[in-house]
Design a protein. Structure first.
Length: 352
């Protein structure tokens, strides 16, 4: 089965070999306080910064998932209120989760065909957190680096936190444009689920230190202290960290990966524009995600396409949220092969 599900999605072909190597090397039972783990952890941090162009003075943390990052941000970086800009299910979920801990948090919704206007997003209160879902997996939209950068510029007294779960590792992100970036590895990194990453600016860490929250096992203050030695305050997903290291060692720079991602995205847009039975859900070209393509048609045809796809060894992403019955989603992640994409297009042509 070829998985085009937008997470967890297709893993790199080399993953089974890497797992066998991990077993031979004893990685699966390595102590996370040992010199061997610290050396590996340090190498992964260095590779992430090098391959993804993450600033040297930003700190990278390991988590269990992007969802855990919502919790860390709410616990350790938000004191009273946060602002959540959202146009889909995952941005809404992030807001709903934070609101349970901070009832004053405010949600600002916008349409999937609208581009955020930074000049209208200037917040007066100081030391709050502005939360942006860079790539909304539920509907295949994105917020560009330029817009995130302008929002931060207009609100220098606030932290800007960005959910980049379906884009980090697949496109170039301007990490300096925000203070907190986070993601899980089961999408553009082409890895099994179970590991998350959180990238923090010096400003974010300074803010966490001032708040000084220490009530949880994953309080950012504890994580900061342990990461000075490339460790975590809890037992991390050591195998996941090892697999990430192996994938990064053999991956191209993010500049080259993005070229491939956008080229494939452009081909998908051309392909969809020629079909009569279905089309891209998002009409505004500038807000379409490069890594998640959402296709819309009648609910009856959606179900037929998904059922037939499975029979042909193709797993499509279900529709999500309010678009559950009227869409299916296609991952455009680096681990997918050109021949696999061609097979899916040939299959879809039969419904044109």
């Amino acid at each position: 089965m070829i998985s085009f599900y937008p997470g967890p999605s297709r893993v790199h072909d080399e993953i089974p070999k890497y797992v066998k190597d991990a077993h031979k090397l004893g990685i699966m039972s390595i102590n996370h306080r040992s010199p061997g783990f610290v050396k590996m952890s340090e190498k992964v941090i260095q590779l992430l910064k090098k391959k993804l162009n993450i600033p040297k003075d930003y700190t990278i943390f390991y988590t269990s998932s992007a969802t855990e990052c919502w919790e860390i941000i709410a616990q350790s970086l938000i004191t009273e209120k946060s602002y959540h800009l959202h146009n889909g299910a995952f941005g809404q979920k992030w807001f709903d989760y934070t609101k349970r801990l901070h009832p004053q948090s405010e949600g600002i919704s916008f349409s999937i065909n609208d581009s955020l206007n930074p000049s209208q997003l200037v917040f007066e209160n100081e030391n709050k957190v502005i939360c942006i879902t860079q790539n909304e997996t539920s509907n295949g939209t994105q917020v560009t680096n330029t817009i995130i950068r302008r929002i931060k510029k207009n609100n220098p007294q606030h932290l800007v936190a960005v959910d980049a779960t379906s884009s980090i590792g697949g496109i170039k992100l301007d990490f300096k444009a925000a203070d907190i970036w986070f993601a899980s590895v089961q999408k553009c990194f082409g890895l099994p689920a179970g590991l998350g990453l959180m990238v923090c600016s010096p400003q974010a860490l300074a803010h966490a230190s001032v708040i000084g929250e220490k009530n949880h096992y994953n309080s950012l203050t504890f994580m900061m202290e342990m990461m000075k030695n490339y460790q975590t305050p809890f037992t991390p997903n050591v195998l996941g960290i090892y697999l990430l290291m192996r994938v990064l060692e053999n991956s191209d720079s993010i500049k080259e990966i993005e070229k491939k991602t956008i080229s494939r995205f452009t081909d998908w847009i051309t392909f969809l524009s020629k079909q009569k039975s279905f089309s891209h859900l998002v009409n505004t070209k500038t807000v379409r995600s490069f890594t998640v393509i959402t296709v819309t048609t009648s609910p009856e045809l959606i179900q037929k396409i998904k059922d037939k796809a499975r029979q042909h060894g193709l797993l499509l992403g279900e529709g999500y949220g309010e678009w559950k019955s009227s869409t299916f989603r296609i991952a455009n992640f680096p681990a997918l092969k050109t021949r696999e994409i061609a097979k899916l297009k040939t299959f879809l042509k039969s419904f044109a």
